[in-house]
Design a protein around this ligand. Sequence first.
Ligand code: DC
Length: 208
Amino acid sequence: MIIAVDGPLASGKGTISRAISQHLGIPYLDTGSLYRATGLALIDAKADPTDADRAGELAANLDIDAIDETRIRTAEAGLVASKIAALPQVRDALFKLQRDFALQPGGAVLDGRDIGTVICPDADVKIYVVADAETRARRRWKELVAKGQDISYENMLAQTLERDARDANRTDAPMRAADDATLLDTSTLSIDAAVAEAVRLVEMRQPA
Ligand code: DC
């Protein structure tokens, strides 16, 4: 069973995807981590941030087992990820890795921006997770501050709006709900309630 979970930053898609993965006992891929790691690789290489071919090359050579989970979870890594994710060279380089992950025997859960539309248009279940921008910015701000990162709520809200606009307006695989996705608004839901609703959506599609 392939489960596609898309949505903007801090909508709750990661938490929901991990819960579905555990519930079904199938692997989970956070595809945002691939774009974050590519962006950091570009910074580490001191490459021109607009050098699309170099960014594509770095994406193609990404070692997913070597991704530094702490380093990619900063607001800066999120911003650079959103920028390089607009480059077709990067998206093309990361396509096969994501597609192969989805097609492994037994299926998988993938979350991102274009899973239901581009990577897995054939997914068995598609969920598009949303929440209002202020709620999402506050969630992410609290997470980052709890990890000791120095960022204001106002800055986080500005970054949220900037990334939403860039992710949704790029030409190549923009962030959007697939026509056959179910919308899940987590603005006023607790984590438990959001997870329960997502699991219910999956259960509805599972063969008896
Ligand atoms: O989900 P995230 O915040 O970790 O994603 C970081 C950035 O990566 C996001 O702003 C846009 C990009 N991204 C993408 O373009 N397509 C995906 N499937 C996942 C992430």
